[in-house]
Write a protein that binds this ligand. Structure first.
Ligand code: SF4
Length: 356
Protein backbone atom coordinates (compact mmCIF):
# COMPACT_ATOMS: atom_id res chain seq x y z
CA UNK A 1 0.00 0.00 0.00
CA UNK A 2 1.94 2.99 -1.26
CA UNK A 3 0.96 6.36 0.12
CA UNK A 4 0.13 8.31 -3.02
CA UNK A 5 -0.73 11.48 -1.15
CA UNK A 6 2.93 12.22 -0.70
CA UNK A 7 5.26 13.18 -3.52
CA UNK A 8 8.00 10.84 -2.31
CA UNK A 9 5.66 7.86 -2.17
CA UNK A 10 6.88 4.59 -0.76
CA UNK A 11 5.94 2.24 2.03
CA UNK A 12 6.56 3.14 5.67
CA UNK A 13 6.41 -0.43 6.91
CA UNK A 14 5.84 0.46 10.55
CA UNK A 15 2.89 2.60 9.55
CA UNK A 16 0.82 -0.36 8.38
CA UNK A 17 -1.68 -2.23 10.49
CA UNK A 18 -1.28 -5.99 10.38
CA UNK A 19 -4.11 -6.29 7.85
CA UNK A 20 -2.57 -3.58 5.67
CA UNK A 21 0.80 -5.27 5.96
CA UNK A 22 -0.61 -8.57 4.66
CA UNK A 23 -2.28 -6.80 1.72
CA UNK A 24 0.89 -4.87 0.91
CA UNK A 25 3.02 -8.00 0.96
CA UNK A 26 0.67 -9.58 -1.56
CA UNK A 27 0.85 -6.45 -3.73
CA UNK A 28 4.58 -7.02 -3.88
CA UNK A 29 4.42 -10.71 -4.66
CA UNK A 30 5.11 -11.96 -1.12
CA UNK A 31 2.68 -14.35 0.64
CA UNK A 32 0.44 -12.47 3.09
CA UNK A 33 0.95 -15.29 5.59
CA UNK A 34 4.24 -13.65 6.58
CA UNK A 35 2.39 -10.64 7.97
CA UNK A 36 1.96 -11.81 11.55
CA UNK A 37 5.63 -12.63 12.15
CA UNK A 38 6.86 -9.69 10.13
CA UNK A 39 4.66 -7.38 12.19
CA UNK A 40 6.31 -8.74 15.36
CA UNK A 41 9.74 -8.31 13.76
CA UNK A 42 9.04 -4.67 12.89
CA UNK A 43 7.29 -3.68 16.11
CA UNK A 44 8.17 -6.00 18.96
CA UNK A 45 11.80 -6.48 17.92
CA UNK A 46 11.93 -3.14 16.10
CA UNK A 47 14.21 -4.69 13.53
CA UNK A 48 14.54 -3.64 9.87
CA UNK A 49 12.68 -5.51 7.16
CA UNK A 50 15.98 -6.63 5.58
CA UNK A 51 16.75 -8.83 8.59
CA UNK A 52 13.47 -10.74 8.56
CA UNK A 53 14.89 -14.24 8.10
CA UNK A 54 11.60 -16.01 7.30
CA UNK A 55 11.55 -14.55 3.78
CA UNK A 56 13.97 -15.17 0.94
CA UNK A 57 16.65 -12.62 0.21
CA UNK A 58 14.87 -11.76 -3.03
CA UNK A 59 11.60 -11.09 -1.25
CA UNK A 60 13.30 -8.98 1.39
CA UNK A 61 15.14 -6.87 -1.11
CA UNK A 62 11.92 -6.38 -3.11
CA UNK A 63 10.24 -5.03 0.01
CA UNK A 64 13.24 -2.96 1.04
CA UNK A 65 13.28 -1.39 -2.44
CA UNK A 66 9.82 0.12 -1.99
CA UNK A 67 10.45 1.27 1.55
CA UNK A 68 10.29 4.91 2.44
CA UNK A 69 12.29 5.09 5.66
CA UNK A 70 10.51 6.98 8.38
CA UNK A 71 12.37 10.09 9.44
CA UNK A 72 11.45 11.13 12.95
CA UNK A 73 14.79 11.85 14.52
CA UNK A 74 15.23 12.83 18.13
CA UNK A 75 17.22 16.06 17.88
CA UNK A 76 16.78 17.68 21.29
CA UNK A 77 15.91 16.77 24.82
CA UNK A 78 14.93 19.40 27.38
CA UNK A 79 14.71 18.43 31.01
CA UNK A 80 12.44 20.49 33.22
CA UNK A 81 14.98 20.20 36.01
CA UNK A 82 14.74 20.66 39.77
CA UNK A 83 12.11 18.37 41.27
CA UNK A 84 10.15 18.20 38.01
CA UNK A 85 11.48 15.25 36.00
CA UNK A 86 9.40 15.95 32.92
CA UNK A 87 11.42 15.79 29.72
CA UNK A 88 10.50 17.26 26.35
CA UNK A 89 11.64 15.42 23.24
CA UNK A 90 11.98 17.28 19.94
CA UNK A 91 11.80 15.28 16.72
CA UNK A 92 12.81 16.41 13.24
CA UNK A 93 10.79 14.99 10.36
CA UNK A 94 11.72 14.31 6.74
CA UNK A 95 10.57 17.75 5.59
CA UNK A 96 12.51 19.56 8.33
CA UNK A 97 9.40 20.23 10.37
CA UNK A 98 9.56 19.48 14.04
CA UNK A 99 7.17 18.01 16.54
CA UNK A 100 7.48 17.59 20.26
CA UNK A 101 6.52 15.01 22.81
CA UNK A 102 6.82 14.92 26.58
CA UNK A 103 7.87 12.14 28.93
CA UNK A 104 6.19 12.49 32.31
CA UNK A 105 7.61 10.18 34.99
CA UNK A 106 4.99 8.90 37.41
CA UNK A 107 6.53 6.85 40.18
CA UNK A 108 8.46 3.92 38.70
CA UNK A 109 6.77 4.30 35.29
CA UNK A 110 6.37 6.94 32.63
CA UNK A 111 3.67 8.47 30.49
CA UNK A 112 4.45 9.80 27.02
CA UNK A 113 2.48 12.63 25.48
CA UNK A 114 2.63 12.18 21.69
CA UNK A 115 1.96 14.64 18.86
CA UNK A 116 -0.41 13.76 16.04
CA UNK A 117 -0.03 16.81 13.76
CA UNK A 118 2.46 19.55 13.02
CA UNK A 119 0.56 22.51 14.43
CA UNK A 120 -3.20 22.37 14.74
CA UNK A 121 -6.22 23.76 12.91
CA UNK A 122 -8.48 24.11 15.95
CA UNK A 123 -7.36 27.59 17.02
CA UNK A 124 -8.09 27.34 20.75
CA UNK A 125 -7.10 30.77 22.07
CA UNK A 126 -5.31 29.46 25.16
CA UNK A 127 -3.02 27.09 23.23
CA UNK A 128 0.46 27.79 21.89
CA UNK A 129 0.19 25.05 19.25
CA UNK A 130 -2.77 26.85 17.71
CA UNK A 131 -0.43 29.72 16.78
CA UNK A 132 1.23 27.52 14.17
CA UNK A 133 -1.98 26.71 12.34
CA UNK A 134 -2.11 23.27 10.79
CA UNK A 135 1.02 22.53 8.80
CA UNK A 136 0.30 18.88 8.17
CA UNK A 137 -0.86 15.64 9.69
CA UNK A 138 1.78 13.21 10.81
CA UNK A 139 1.95 9.85 9.12
CA UNK A 140 1.05 6.78 11.13
CA UNK A 141 4.67 5.75 11.32
CA UNK A 142 5.80 9.20 12.49
CA UNK A 143 3.41 8.82 15.43
CA UNK A 144 4.63 5.29 16.10
CA UNK A 145 8.27 6.38 15.82
CA UNK A 146 7.84 9.07 18.50
CA UNK A 147 6.37 6.48 20.84
CA UNK A 148 9.10 3.91 20.21
CA UNK A 149 11.82 6.51 20.77
CA UNK A 150 10.19 7.61 24.01
CA UNK A 151 9.78 3.98 25.04
CA UNK A 152 13.50 3.34 24.56
CA UNK A 153 14.33 6.48 26.49
CA UNK A 154 12.03 5.45 29.34
CA UNK A 155 13.67 2.02 29.46
CA UNK A 156 17.12 3.63 29.47
CA UNK A 157 16.34 5.71 32.53
CA UNK A 158 14.71 2.79 34.34
CA UNK A 159 11.13 4.05 34.24
CA UNK A 160 9.39 1.95 31.60
CA UNK A 161 6.68 3.47 29.46
CA UNK A 162 3.24 2.66 30.81
CA UNK A 163 0.82 5.16 29.31
CA UNK A 164 0.56 6.99 26.02
CA UNK A 165 -1.57 10.11 25.81
CA UNK A 166 -2.47 11.76 22.52
CA UNK A 167 -2.27 15.25 24.02
CA UNK A 168 0.76 16.69 22.23
CA UNK A 169 0.64 18.93 19.18
CA UNK A 170 -2.50 18.57 17.12
CA UNK A 171 -6.05 17.32 17.36
CA UNK A 172 -5.83 13.52 17.11
CA UNK A 173 -9.37 13.07 15.83
CA UNK A 174 -8.94 15.60 13.00
CA UNK A 175 -7.09 13.17 10.73
CA UNK A 176 -8.99 10.37 12.37
CA UNK A 177 -7.88 7.57 10.08
CA UNK A 178 -4.21 8.18 10.94
CA UNK A 179 -4.93 8.02 14.66
CA UNK A 180 -7.16 4.97 14.29
CA UNK A 181 -4.43 3.07 12.46
CA UNK A 182 -1.78 4.11 14.99
CA UNK A 183 -4.03 2.89 17.82
CA UNK A 184 -4.60 -0.39 16.03
CA UNK A 185 -0.84 -0.91 15.65
CA UNK A 186 -0.03 0.02 19.25
CA UNK A 187 -2.63 -2.34 20.69
CA UNK A 188 -1.98 -5.24 18.31
CA UNK A 189 -1.05 -8.37 20.34
CA UNK A 190 1.57 -9.19 17.70
CA UNK A 191 3.31 -5.85 18.31
CA UNK A 192 4.08 -3.97 21.50
CA UNK A 193 0.53 -4.73 22.65
CA UNK A 194 -0.11 -1.61 24.70
CA UNK A 195 -3.23 -2.16 26.81
CA UNK A 196 -6.26 -0.15 25.73
CA UNK A 197 -6.78 1.53 29.13
CA UNK A 198 -3.19 2.76 28.93
CA UNK A 199 -3.93 4.90 25.89
CA UNK A 200 -5.74 8.21 26.15
CA UNK A 201 -6.98 10.18 23.17
CA UNK A 202 -7.71 13.80 23.96
CA UNK A 203 -10.02 15.74 21.66
CA UNK A 204 -11.24 19.28 21.37
CA UNK A 205 -14.72 17.80 21.00
CA UNK A 206 -15.25 16.60 17.41
CA UNK A 207 -18.53 14.91 18.28
CA UNK A 208 -18.93 12.61 15.25
CA UNK A 209 -15.35 11.38 15.60
CA UNK A 210 -15.89 10.63 19.28
CA UNK A 211 -18.69 8.34 18.16
CA UNK A 212 -16.42 6.76 15.57
CA UNK A 213 -13.62 6.18 18.10
CA UNK A 214 -16.13 4.61 20.46
CA UNK A 215 -17.45 2.32 17.74
CA UNK A 216 -14.04 1.32 16.36
CA UNK A 217 -12.52 0.39 19.73
CA UNK A 218 -15.61 -0.47 21.73
CA UNK A 219 -15.02 2.40 24.15
CA UNK A 220 -11.80 0.81 25.41
CA UNK A 221 -9.57 3.75 24.49
CA UNK A 222 -9.54 6.25 27.36
CA UNK A 223 -11.30 9.39 26.16
CA UNK A 224 -10.37 12.90 27.27
CA UNK A 225 -12.35 15.91 26.11
CA UNK A 226 -11.23 19.51 26.27
CA UNK A 227 -14.34 21.26 27.62
CA UNK A 228 -12.98 24.48 29.17
CA UNK A 229 -16.26 26.28 29.78
CA UNK A 230 -19.67 25.64 31.25
CA UNK A 231 -21.53 28.10 29.04
CA UNK A 232 -21.87 27.82 25.30
CA UNK A 233 -20.99 31.47 24.63
CA UNK A 234 -17.79 31.28 26.67
CA UNK A 235 -16.72 28.06 25.03
CA UNK A 236 -17.34 29.37 21.52
CA UNK A 237 -15.28 32.43 22.39
CA UNK A 238 -12.20 30.48 23.41
CA UNK A 239 -12.64 27.40 21.20
CA UNK A 240 -13.90 28.06 17.66
CA UNK A 241 -14.90 24.40 17.27
CA UNK A 242 -17.55 25.11 19.92
CA UNK A 243 -19.63 26.83 17.27
CA UNK A 244 -19.70 23.67 15.14
CA UNK A 245 -20.28 21.20 17.97
CA UNK A 246 -22.01 23.02 20.80
CA UNK A 247 -22.07 21.89 24.40
CA UNK A 248 -25.32 19.96 23.86
CA UNK A 249 -23.85 17.99 20.97
CA UNK A 250 -20.67 17.39 22.92
CA UNK A 251 -22.55 16.19 25.97
CA UNK A 252 -24.58 13.78 23.83
CA UNK A 253 -21.38 12.39 22.25
CA UNK A 254 -19.75 11.84 25.65
CA UNK A 255 -22.89 10.25 27.10
CA UNK A 256 -23.03 7.84 24.15
CA UNK A 257 -19.36 6.82 24.32
CA UNK A 258 -19.47 3.07 25.09
CA UNK A 259 -17.32 3.14 28.24
CA UNK A 260 -16.59 -0.10 30.01
CA UNK A 261 -18.06 -0.27 33.51
CA UNK A 262 -16.26 1.72 36.21
CA UNK A 263 -14.44 3.89 33.69
CA UNK A 264 -14.72 7.63 33.23
CA UNK A 265 -14.21 10.22 30.56
CA UNK A 266 -11.67 12.84 31.52
CA UNK A 267 -12.96 16.39 31.02
CA UNK A 268 -10.12 18.88 30.72
CA UNK A 269 -10.90 22.34 31.93
CA UNK A 270 -8.36 25.15 31.54
CA UNK A 271 -8.83 27.74 34.26
CA UNK A 272 -8.50 31.25 32.82
CA UNK A 273 -8.68 34.01 35.41
CA UNK A 274 -11.95 35.92 35.24
CA UNK A 275 -13.13 33.91 32.26
CA UNK A 276 -13.56 30.23 33.01
CA UNK A 277 -12.99 30.27 36.77
CA UNK A 278 -16.00 32.45 37.63
CA UNK A 279 -18.81 31.15 39.86
CA UNK A 280 -21.33 31.35 37.01
CA UNK A 281 -19.14 29.41 34.64
CA UNK A 282 -18.42 26.73 37.23
CA UNK A 283 -22.08 26.42 38.17
CA UNK A 284 -22.96 25.94 34.50
CA UNK A 285 -20.21 23.34 34.20
CA UNK A 286 -21.49 21.46 37.24
CA UNK A 287 -24.98 21.33 35.74
CA UNK A 288 -23.61 20.23 32.36
CA UNK A 289 -21.51 17.43 33.86
CA UNK A 290 -24.28 16.07 36.09
CA UNK A 291 -24.94 12.37 35.40
CA UNK A 292 -22.06 12.05 32.95
CA UNK A 293 -19.54 9.30 33.81
CA UNK A 294 -16.77 11.89 33.95
CA UNK A 295 -14.04 13.45 36.03
CA UNK A 296 -13.17 17.11 35.59
CA UNK A 297 -9.46 17.84 35.50
CA UNK A 298 -8.76 21.50 36.27
CA UNK A 299 -5.70 22.85 34.46
CA UNK A 300 -4.46 26.29 35.56
CA UNK A 301 -3.64 28.22 32.36
CA UNK A 302 0.05 28.08 31.40
CA UNK A 303 1.11 31.45 29.98
CA UNK A 304 3.28 31.29 26.84
CA UNK A 305 5.04 33.84 24.69
CA UNK A 306 2.54 35.73 22.47
CA UNK A 307 -0.45 34.59 24.51
CA UNK A 308 -3.27 37.14 24.32
CA UNK A 309 -2.97 39.60 27.19
CA UNK A 310 -6.56 38.96 28.16
CA UNK A 311 -5.63 35.42 29.18
CA UNK A 312 -4.25 35.18 32.69
CA UNK A 313 -3.42 32.33 35.03
CA UNK A 314 -5.68 32.07 38.03
CA UNK A 315 -4.24 32.72 41.48
CA UNK A 316 -3.66 29.60 43.56
CA UNK A 317 -6.55 30.62 45.81
CA UNK A 318 -8.86 30.74 42.78
CA UNK A 319 -7.79 27.27 41.70
CA UNK A 320 -8.62 26.01 45.19
CA UNK A 321 -11.95 27.84 45.10
CA UNK A 322 -12.86 26.32 41.70
CA UNK A 323 -11.96 22.88 43.00
CA UNK A 324 -14.06 23.36 46.14
CA UNK A 325 -17.01 24.77 44.16
CA UNK A 326 -17.17 21.79 41.85
CA UNK A 327 -16.68 19.31 44.63
CA UNK A 328 -19.45 20.92 46.65
CA UNK A 329 -21.68 20.55 43.59
CA UNK A 330 -20.96 16.80 43.55
CA UNK A 331 -18.62 16.86 40.53
CA UNK A 332 -15.66 14.44 40.63
CA UNK A 333 -12.72 16.80 40.18
CA UNK A 334 -8.92 16.91 40.27
CA UNK A 335 -6.28 19.56 39.63
CA UNK A 336 -3.43 18.94 37.22
CA UNK A 337 -0.10 20.03 38.58
CA UNK A 338 1.66 22.33 36.09
CA UNK A 339 4.63 20.11 35.35
CA UNK A 340 7.18 20.87 32.69
CA UNK A 341 7.01 24.65 32.70
CA UNK A 342 10.76 25.07 32.59
CA UNK A 343 11.05 22.73 29.64
CA UNK A 344 8.18 24.51 27.88
CA UNK A 345 6.52 21.16 27.94
CA UNK A 346 3.41 21.96 29.92
CA UNK A 347 -0.10 21.56 28.56
CA UNK A 348 -0.77 23.87 25.61
CA UNK A 349 2.88 24.88 25.20
CA UNK A 350 4.12 22.49 22.54
CA UNK A 351 4.57 24.98 19.75
CA UNK A 352 7.93 26.54 19.94
CA UNK A 353 9.44 25.16 16.80
CA UNK A 354 9.02 25.84 13.13
CA UNK A 355 10.68 24.13 10.14
CA UNK A 356 14.34 24.82 9.73
S1 SF4 B 1 -5.76 22.80 22.60
FE1 SF4 B 1 -5.46 20.99 21.30
S2 SF4 B 1 -7.11 21.17 19.76
FE2 SF4 B 1 -6.91 23.22 20.70
S3 SF4 B 1 -5.47 24.29 19.32
FE3 SF4 B 1 -4.27 23.33 20.98
S4 SF4 B 1 -3.57 21.39 20.13
FE4 SF4 B 1 -5.28 22.10 18.87
Amino acid sequence: MIDTERPDAGVEWRGLTRGELAATLVEHGVPGGHAQRLFGHLHRRQAPIETFGAMSLRQRSRLADVERPTVCTLVERHAAGASDETEKLVFRLRDGRRVEGVIIPEGPRSTFCVSSQVGCAMACVFCATARLGLERALTVSEIIAQIYTARARCEAVGRPLRNVVFMGMGEPLHHYDVTRRALEILTDPAGISLGFPRITVSTVGLAPRIAQLGADFGGRIQLAVSVNAGRQATRARIMPIGTTYDLDALRAAIAAYPLPRNRYVLLEYVLLAGLTDTPDELAALAAWVRDLPAIVNLIPFNPFADAPETLQSPADADVSRAFATLRAAGVPVSVRQPRGRRAVAACGQLARLRPE
